[in-house]
Design a binder for this molecule. Structure first.
Ligand code: GDD
Ligand code: MN
Length: 398
């Protein structure tokens, strides 16, 4: 910018000038990585109420990764114990530490996915915050990826030298059974597809990321099943340690999420798994309906219209609660939202029933095959109930 004696260009013009200069320069200066070492390894750690584990975890990580340029991204689902605040307190002093806090969301797998999406490192590790995963494996995992043709290196409990420590017999059996089931969808031979501890190449993640189902706890299994090319996997043994602070979030419904992951990988490309669940619960509702109808008629001595009305109400209620518990587990309604959801669901199903009966009667009037008319009516009702309730009752995000 030319400068005339005695004339100061307006401040913003000068600032813009400087900004344009540095924008053109940006990225061309050679020494960026000398001034700020760029992470080669990003460690993604999902957290839910792990505040007391954060500092011990970082201490172990730092010791294990000496000489490696690393960063760690905690993905916290709005823990009530102040995990995110703890991570940020540390992040103010250590640029290797970052926090993604998600509001109103849950899910170990989606947390890992979003952590991986939020970094740029060529290698990404996924591990738990509770010190159960042996961090001393990390350098070896990294070296294998750097020097050999593997896409994923897995910390494995089920190869020689690995183990699950002091698990109860019951949990070990369940894990064993689930591992066998998971081989149905897994494209590669692997002893521990259910492990939550692994390191991958960024390209392997990016190749699979749009196909990931994100259901539940089993992010490694999801990755292996979703990758368009079979991934080249290497397993390293480790001993699964005992938790020191806090509790496991693995509950019985995690098993259910595992089933939905399997279902999604098996039929998800044909119909959405939610729809399948909704239809199955609908079929169960029919059984409930018939049971109540019969009981009311035969045992309570009600007339047919009252019995039919009672059976309908009970079936709608049971469908609502089962769908809320299973089909929409990830966005389960509670408190007054549960009450409001129930009212909207009942109204939607009422309209669905009217449409069902209307269409079935119309078809029956033209074509006297009762079963065809009935089936078409029921299918229309099902699709209506599913699609409208997914928007108005559960406000599905996807
Ligand atoms: N962000 C987020 N959201 N994190 C979560 C959630 C969630 O909904 N649920 C659990 N976590 C975090 C926990 O805070 C912990 O850091 C990690 O995920 C594992 O959770 P745990 O509750 O400790 O699981 P676990 O020890 O029973 O199960 C582990 O071992 C399994 C193999 O038996 C996990 O590594 C599983 O992924 C693994 O399959
Ligand atoms: Mn754990």
């Amino acid at each position: 910018m030319s400068r005339i004696d005695g004339f100061e260009p307006p401040l913003h013009a000068a600032a813009l000038d400087r900004a344009t200069f540095s924008a053109n320069e940006y990225g061309r200066r050679p020494a960026v990585e000398d001034r700020y070492p760029l992470p080669e390894l990003a460690v993604v750690v999902p957290t839910l109420n792990e505040r007391l584990n954060i500092r011990p975890f970082l201490g172990l990580l730092e010791a294990a990764l000496e000489g490696v340029a690393w960063e760690v991204i905690f993905v916290d689902d709005d823990s009530r114990d102040g995990t995110a605040a703890e991570v940020r307190a540390i992040a103010r002093q250590d640029r290797r530490v970052r926090c993604i806090q998600r509001l109103g969301r849950r899910g170990l797998s989606t947390a890992c996915i979003e952590g991986a999406l939020a970094c740029a490192a060529p290698y990404i590790a996924v591990m738990d915050a509770d010190l159960q995963h042996d961090e001393r494996l990390l350098p070896q995992m990294l070296n294998l990826l750097r020097t050999e043709a593997f896409d994923v290196v897995v910390g494995s409990r089920y190869v020689d030298g690995g183990g699950v420590g002091e698990w109860t017999r019951g949990r070990a059996n369940i894990s064993n059974f689930a591992t066998r089931l998971s081989r149905i969808i897994c494209k590669v031979a692997i002893a521990d597809p259910m492990s939550g501890y692994f390191m991958m190449r960024r390209e392997a993640f990016e190749g699979a990321m749009r196909n990931l189902s994100g259901q539940g706890f089993k992010i490694l299994l999801d990755l292996l099943a979703s990758s368009p090319e079979p991934l080249r996997v290497r397993e390293l043994p480790f001993q699964f340690r005992q938790r020191r602070h806090g509790d496991s979030k693995l509950d019985t419904l995690v098993a259910w999420e595992f089933v939905t992951l399997l279902a999604d990988k098996l039929v998800g490309h044909i119909v959405p798994v939610r729809f399948v669940l909704f239809a199955l619960i609908g079929a169960l509702g029919l059984v409930v309906h018939m049971g109540i109808l019969r009981t009311a008629l035969a045992m309570l001595g009600f007339g047919f219209p009252e019995s039919q009305a009672l059976a309908t109400m009970v079936a709608i209620a049971s469908n609502f609660f089962l769908n809320n518990l299973f089909t929409y587990r990830d966005q389960r309604l509670r408190g007054w939202k549960l009450a409001r959801g129930f009212v909207s669901f009942a109204l939607i199903c009422g309209l669905g029933a009217i449409g069902n009966i209307g269409i079935a009667s119309y078809i029956f009037a033209h074509d006297h095959r009762w079963w065809a008319a009935g089936a078409v009516g029921a299918a229309v009702g099902l699709v209506w109930n599913y699609s409208v309730s997914s928007v108005y009752t559960w406000k599905a995000r996807s």
